[in-house]
Design a protein around this ligand. Structure first.
Ligand code: CP3
Length: 346
């Protein structure tokens, strides 16, 4: 890895000439070149076919000159590896073949290491690391145990805040714990294999971390994140607990080291609370990408200014880019981040 990699230097808290930028869900439906491939293949086919996953991963990096590529995959591949396949439906999001809510359901899960059936992810990462220039970082990822268990226990997406996981936690905490243990073991296995196959860093998406109460998050979700952090000590792991970043104490964030944050609090607020020696990633409100080039630039600069010039900031949205964003708006965002850094150098 060359020493001019802005993303990796930022993870190491080294000063950089400008902030690195990538965007969650950067490979996706807002790109015409993605939609062209998607018209011919199902989402799962795209994820599982190494050539297609590789191509789609590279699309946004080529078009926008981003500083990191994230492997085109999904957090749900891990549930499939546990024996519960998924489908992505047009309007309802992901649907699983079945929900896991009883001891019998739990006993039906596969006992094989998840990495046994996720070789296509590792092959794509190996190819990508070779194809990408050394100044572009390559990210692997997994869902966090709480978020994956939310889908697994619900049997798919929920528009009502995933009630099944919260009910199971109350009615059968022992079974909840077993499910979380099995998923956590899978997440660690999957992340380790991605790092060994070419990923320079990994991100853990806890998209539903902010859904339960703060106490439930602390007792039932956070300890499993800690287990992942401990198992991957010495590696770069970005924790993204959506809706819950502000619930973490300074000590907890220091144990993670790298925190992805949503837009509900300013970066300046997080920086002040957590101190100078954690890396922060975020946190433009994705809705800003639906406005216009001038507003995008203004709001992107507001995020950069809120953080200030200290090292340790990776620019991103506070959550994934939405499918309706015009590609020139995304380009305006990347330009704005590049230009801001040039201003600050003068
Ligand atoms: O960031 C990237 O570009 C890499 C690819 C990526 C996808 N999903 C591709 C995808 C990543 C990192 C994910 C993570 C993911 N998947 C999360 C965590 C991040 C977040 O947004 O909070 C979650 C919760 C999922 C589960 C999932 N997969 C949902 C809820 C959906 C449907 C959402 C929708 O927009 O329809 C998916 C499908 C999915 N995953 C798509 C993509 C590009 C859309 C599939 C399509 O083309 O129809």
């Amino acid at each position: 890895m060359s020493s001019t990699n802005l993303f990796m230097d930022t993870l190491a808290l080294k000063p950089t000439p400008r902030r690195p930028i990538w965007v969650m869900r950067q490979a996706g439906r807002y790109l015409p070149e993605y939609r062209e491939i998607r018209a011919r293949y199902s989402f799962r086919e795209m994820v599982q076919t190494v050539d297609l996953a590789t191509e789609v991963t590279l699309q946004p990096v080529r078009r926008f000159g981003l500083d990191a590529a994230i492997i085109f995959s999904d957090i749900l591949v891990l549930l499939e590896a546990l024996g519960v396949p998924y489908r992505i439906t047009e309007n309802k999001g992901p649907v699983l073949d079945r929900a896991i809510r009883t001891e019998d359901d739990y006993a039906s899960l596969s006992e094989a290491p998840v990495s046994d059936s996720l070789g296509y992810v590792y092959s794509a990462l190996g190819i990508l690391r070779q194809e990408l220039p050394t100044d572009v970082a390559l990210l692997g990822f997994a869902g966090a145990p709480w978020t994956l268990a939310s889908y697994l226990i619900e049997g798919g997406s929920s528009t009502t805040g995933f009630p099944a996981i919260r009910a199971l936690l109350e009615t059968n905490p022992a079974l909840f714990g077993k499910i979380m243990d099995r998923i956590t073991e899978g997440v660690i296995d999957h992340l380790k294999n991605q790092l060994a196959s070419g990923a320079d860093a990994v991100q853990v998406f806890d998209s539903w971390a902010g859904m339960p109460t703060r106490d439930v998050f602390r007792q039932a979700a956070r300890p499993y994140l800690q287990r992942i952090a401990d198992a991957l000590d010495g590696e770069y792991v970005i924790f993204y607990p959506k809706g819950a970043g502000h619930w973490l104490t300074k000590e907890e964030v220091h144990q993670f080291g790298i925190l992805g944050v949503d837009w509900t609090h300013s970066l300046g607020y997080y920086r002040e609370h957590f101190g100078p020696d954690v890396v922060l990633q975020g946190n433009l409100d994705p809705a800003i990408l639906m406005t216009d080039a001038q507003t995008i630039r203004q709001e992107a600069w507001a995020v950069l200014d809120s953080h200030g010039p200290a090292p340790g900031h990776i620019f991103n949205l506070g959550h994934g880019i939405t499918p309706d964003v015009p590609t020139d708006h995304m380009m305006a965002l990347v330009d704005a981040v590049h230009e801001h850094s040039m201003e600050t150098l003068q």
